[in-house]
Design a protein. Structure first.
Length: 262
């Protein structure tokens, strides 16, 4: 059971008891008699659960980064906040869009339900929009036939391994961000298994080329050679979108990372 569904069940149960107490139980109780424990707890926690549910469903939701696929932008252990309304108001739990607000743009760091297993949340960078032709060959990204601007900067130091990786600044639309590209990693890419609209992608020893279908997005990790993303499991459908990441609010290993996400 997902946490969102669990929270909804708590909200419905506590809300029903709260309404029952206000409209019927309190009037039938003898003068001076206390509330049963289950009524007391429900009445006390209902407002808190309601506020948490509304905030988490429509405004912001916290997530923790579990893997290194978004290094150097996001590190393992980063706690981030995700804007839930920027891409539209959605029905909680079922994630059906009610109101269109905006759509993902190239360069956005997006949280979404993993297409292979929607019970899992993934985070990647939006690279291709509906209708785009995305190519990734030899460590270079091209969109609609144009190479994405890339500038080499100082190497990235893996502190735990005392090793370096080539680091670049990449520009996707108006967004600039750092990526890691391992020049010694073979360019060959192949899908892990068949996925919806797999016919839109063509793989060879140099890399891949994909035409993004309507209502879908092509996403990649910033740690390009250590990321399972659209190159492996396909496109992200619009109905799987959760929100846009916008802030690092905690990392127990590096307290100075607060607010460092951009």
């Amino acid at each position: 059971m997902s946490f969102a569904l669990f929270l909804l069940i708590l909200l419905v149960v506590s809300g029903a008891v709260w309404a029952l107490e206000a409209g019927w139980l309190a009037r039938r109780r003898a003068a001076g008699a206390g509330q049963p424990w289950w009524v007391e707890y429900s009445v006390s926690f209902f407002p808190v659960i309601l506020i948490v549910f509304l905030l988490r469903s429509f405004l912001v939701e916290p997530f923790k980064i579990p893997s290194g696929s978004m290094i150097p932008t996001l590190l393992v252990g980063d706690f981030i906040l995700v804007n839930k309304y920027v891409y539209g108001i959605r029905v909680p739990v079922w994630n059906r869009k009610l109101i269109e607000v905006a759509r993902p743009e190239r360069g956005d760091v997006m949280v979404f339900r993993y297409p292979v297993d929607p019970s899992l949340d993934y985070i990647k960078r939006v690279v291709g929009l509906p209708g785009d032709r995305v190519e990734y060959r030899g460590g270079r990204l091209r969109i609609n036939g144009e190479a994405v601007p890339l500038q080499r900067i100082d190497d990235y130091l893996w502190k735990e391994r005392m090793q370096f990786s080539p680091r670049y600044v990449e520009r996707l639309g108006a967004a600039e961000h750092e990526i890691l590209v391992d020049e010694d990693t073979p360019a060959f890419a192949a899908p892990g298994s068949a996925f919806p609209h797999a016919a839109n992608c063509h793989y060879n020893i140099d890399g891949l080329s994909c035409k993004v279908p309507p209502g879908h997005y092509f996403v990649m990790g910033d740690n390009r050679d250590n990321s399972s993303d659209s190159r492996v499991w396909g496109f992200v459908p619009d109905e799987n979108i959760v929100g846009k990441a916008f802030l690092i609010w905690l990392n127990f290993n590096e307290l100075g990372r607060f607010g460092s996400f951009k």
